[in-house]
Design a protein. Structure first.
Length: 254
C-alpha cells in the first residue's frame, strides 16, 4: 500500500489545532476515498468498513466535519483513480518520487509499515540483505511500492500477485519461494485461510516506512495541510493510544 506495517506508535510533538471545514475541496464537501482491503488494517465486513487505519482516518475526518465515502477496488485501480482525479484520496499509500508527482501527501503518516518475508515453514527463508534472495522466485503484490533495494535487485525472479491471498496461495503451491508482504496483513490472511502453522516469517524486515492518506492533485493544498495538522493532533490523544494498545495486543503473538 503501500509501503508494505509493523504497528509502531507515532510520538510527535503536540500542536494547537484550528479545525476548519472542507470548503472548496473535491467532491462538494464529500471526500471520496478509495483503497484495497488490507485486513486487519483496512477491512470491510457486511458492508461496514473498519480496521486500524480506517478507524484512525475516519476519526480525524469526523473531527474536521468532513463527510467521506470509502470504496474498495484492486490496488492498481485505486492508484489510477486518484492519479487521474476520479477519486479524491487513496488510503494507506507509500510515498515515492513518482507518486509525489501525481498526488499530494501530508507530512504526517498514518502508521509506519514493516514488510517481511513469508515462506513455508518446511523451507524457511531468512532475509539477510537482498543477496539472500538470489536464485529464488519471489512473490510481490502488484502495484505496491517496495524499497529501492528490492525494486532494483536482479538476482531473483519476480511473480506479481493481485492480492495477499493470491500471494500466499502461490507460496503454498510452491510457485514462489518467498512472498514479501506486511507482517500483520500476511499473518491475518494466513489465519483466515487456516495455514498459519505452515508458514514462517523472516526475523529481519525487508523494509519499513510510513503509509499515508494521499490526495489527488485537485484537492487544495490547504485541505491537505489541514488534515496533516488534525492527524498530528489526533496522534496525541488518549483515544489514539487506546486504539493502538488494542491492536498491539491483538498482534503480540506474531
Amino acid at each position: 500500500m503501500k509501503a508494505a506495517v509493523r504497528l509502531t506508535r507515532l510520538c510527535i510533538g503536540g500542536c494547537i489545532l484550528l479545525l476548519c471545514s472542507l470548503g472548496s475541496a473535491a467532491s462538494a464537501q464529500t471526500l471520496r476515498i478509495v483503497t484495497e482491503a488490507w485486513p486487519p488494517l483496512i477491512k470491510v465486513n457486511d458492508g461496514v468498513s473498519g480496521g486500524l487505519i480506517w478507524e484512525m482516518t475516519s476519526a480525524v475526518l469526523a473531527q474536521m466535519d468532513v463527510e467521506v465515502t470509502l470504496e474498495f477496488v484492486p490496488w492498481r485501480r485505486a492508484l489510477y483513480l486518484v492519479e487521474r482525479g476520479q477519486r479524491d484520496a487513496v488510503l494507506a499509500a507509500g510515498r515515492s518520487p513518482e507518486r509525489d508527482a501525481v498526488m499530494r501527501f501530508p507530512n504526517e503518516p498514518l502508521l509506519l509499515s514493516e514488510t517481511v518475508i513469508f515462506s513455508r515453514a518446511d523451507h524457511p527463508v531468512q532475509f539477510e540483505g537482498v543477496e539472500s534472495l538470489n536464485g529464488m522466485t519471489v512473490g510481490l503484490s502488484a502495484g505496491y511500492s517496495y524499497s529501492r533495494e528490492i525494486s532494483e535487485a536482479s538476482g531473483f525472479e519476480r511473480i506479481a500477485a493481485p492480492n495477499v491471498a493470491a500471494g500466499l496461495e502461490l507460496l503454498m503451491r510452491g510457485r514462489v519461494d518467498a512472498f514479501i508482504v506486511n507482517r500483520e496483513v500476511g499473518w491475518y490472511e494466513a489465519r483466515q485461510r487456516g495455514i498459519a502453522s505452515q508458514l514462517a516469517t523472516s526475523d529481519q524486515p525487508v523494509s519499513g516506512g510510513p503509509v499515508y492518506l494521499a490526495f489527488a492533485l485537485d484537492v487544495p493544498q490547504s485541505f491537505v495541510d489541514e488534515f496533516d495538522n488534525a492527524l498530528r493532533a489526533y496522534h496525541q490523544t488518549t483515544g489514539y493510544r487506546l486504539m493502538m494498545g488494542q491492536y498491539e495486543a491483538l498482534f503480540f503473538f506474531f
